[in-house]
Design a protein around this ligand. Structure first.
Ligand code: FES
Length: 220
C-alpha cells in the first residue's frame, strides 16, 4: 500500500442512506462491514464475528448495535464490545469479546476509513462553495492503484485531492475516488458534478465502461 494514502475512500455516503444499512467492502485487503447506527454514525468494523467468524456484514442493525446473523450476538456501536447474547439472557457477557473496529468519517459525500497504524490526519473537509455531487456508481477495475493513477492521467483526468481525480467524459464533469481494495484491484467511485439528463445517461455509462477497460488493459 502507498504510504501517502492515509484515509481510504471506502464508499459513497448514499450507499448507507439511513440507519440500519450494512455494506461489505474490502479496503487495502481488509474485509470490512460498514454500517450506520440509529444515531447516524457510520461504523467500520472487521467483517468477522468474534464468536465463530461469520461475516458481520450479513447481520442486522438493532438501534446502536449490530447483531450477528448466525447466533445473534449483539455488538455495540463505537466500542464493538459484545453487550448481549440472546441464547444466554441471564448470564453476564464475557467482557473481552469485542469486534475489531476502525476509524471512519464522512467527508465530501464519502465514507473514509483508516486502518491500523496509519497516520491520523483527516481527509479534507467539504468545501462550502463546491457543486453538489451525484454519485453514479462504483466500478471494480482489475488493476493495481499505480496502474489506475497512470491511466487516469493518460485519459486527461487531473488530481483533485487525496485519492481523487477530476475530468470529463461524454460532456460531464466527473469526480473519481480510487479505493485500494486489494493489491490487484481497485474500486472507482464515480460522481458527476451535474445531474445527467436522461438523454445522455447511456452515453456517459458507456464511456465509463470504456474507461474501465482502458484502465485494466492499458496497452490493448
Ligand atoms: S458466529 Fe456470530 S454470533 Fe455466533
Amino acid at each position: 500500500m502507498r504510504a501517502s494514502v492515509i484515509w481510504h475512500p471506502a464508499l459513497p455516503s448514499p450507499a448507507l442512506p439511513s440507519a440500519g444499512t450494512v455494506h461489505a467492502i474490502r479496503v487495502a485487503g481488509q474485509a470490512l462491514a460498514l454500517w450506520r447506527s440509529a444515531t447516524g454514525q457510520v461504523q467500520a468494523w472487521e467483517d468477522r464475528c468474534p464468536h465463530r467468524g461469520v461475516a458481520l456484514s450479513l447481520g442486522r442493525v438493532l438501534g446502536d448495535r449490530l447483531a450477528c446473523a448466525y447466533h445473534g450476538w449483539e455488538y455495540a456501536e463505537g466500542s464493538g464490545r459484545c453487550v448481549a447474547i440472546p441464547a444466554m439472557p441471564h448470564q453476564p457477557v464475557p467482557g473481552k469479546v469485542c469486534v475489531k473496529t476502525y476509524a471512519a468519517v464522512e467527508r465530501q459525500g464519502m465514507v473514509w476509513v483508516r486502518l491500523d497504524g496509519e497516520a491520523t490526519a483527516s481527509p479534507a473537509d467539504d468545501s462550502p462553495g463546491e457543486a453538489p455531487l451525484r454519485f453514479l456508481r462504483s466500478i471494480a477495475v482489475a488493476a493495481p492503484r499505480s496502474t489506475i493513477d497512470t491511466g487516469l492521467a493518460a485519459q486527461g483526468f487531473s488530481p483533485a485531492g487525496p485519492c481523487q481525480w477530476r475530468g470529463q467524459k461524454a460532456g460531464h464533469v466527473l469526480r473519481l475516488w480510487v479505493l485500494d481494495a486489494a493489491t490487484d484491484w481497485c474500486l472507482l467511485h464515480v460522481a458527476s458534478e451535474a445531474t445527467p439528463s436522461d438523454a445522455n445517461t447511456g452515453e456517459l455509462f458507456n464511456a465509463l465502461r470504456i474507461l474501465r477497460d482502458r484502465l485494466a488493459h492499458p496497452r490493448s
